[in-house]
Write a protein that binds this ligand. Sequence first.
Ligand code: NI
Length: 171
Amino acid sequence: MAILQVTRHGDPLLTARMEPIGDVTDEIRTLLDDMIDTMRNGETPGVGLAAPQVGRALPIIVAEPPPDHEGTEAVYNGAVVLMNPEIVYATGNTIIEEGCLSCPGVTAEVERPSHIVIKGLDRDGNAVKLEVEGALARIFQHEVDHLHGKFFFDHLNPIKRQLVKARIRRT
Ligand code: NI
């Protein structure tokens, strides 16, 4: 495992759209391991990470499930790992404060669905479908956004978004 460099807001890959993966190769599995290591032991530990944040144009996300998470699907080394993730259902509404490893020190309250169904591939390339709520649903939505070139502040109204972006530029 290795700790990777996390890129900051402004890196062009963070506003790009990732194309789906065909096969899960050994190279991709190594990247997954390194992403988990970076999420846990990097300069700023976090609860989720997307491949474009470590400079790789691939649709891969990793997330730290909360301690009470009961599902075992897509869990590897204690983290939930998904390739080609796609949110296929979303309902409910909740406001939670979000931050991002690519915009350190800046947070904002973001409104998103509270329950989601997400499908994708696990580390072995098997198709999985997870129904989640709470913190994990929030992390998944944030990380899937990174695969579409979006940041958490893109969900804010224009005035709040400009304020957050101005704070990011000052960091
Ligand atoms: Ni982020």
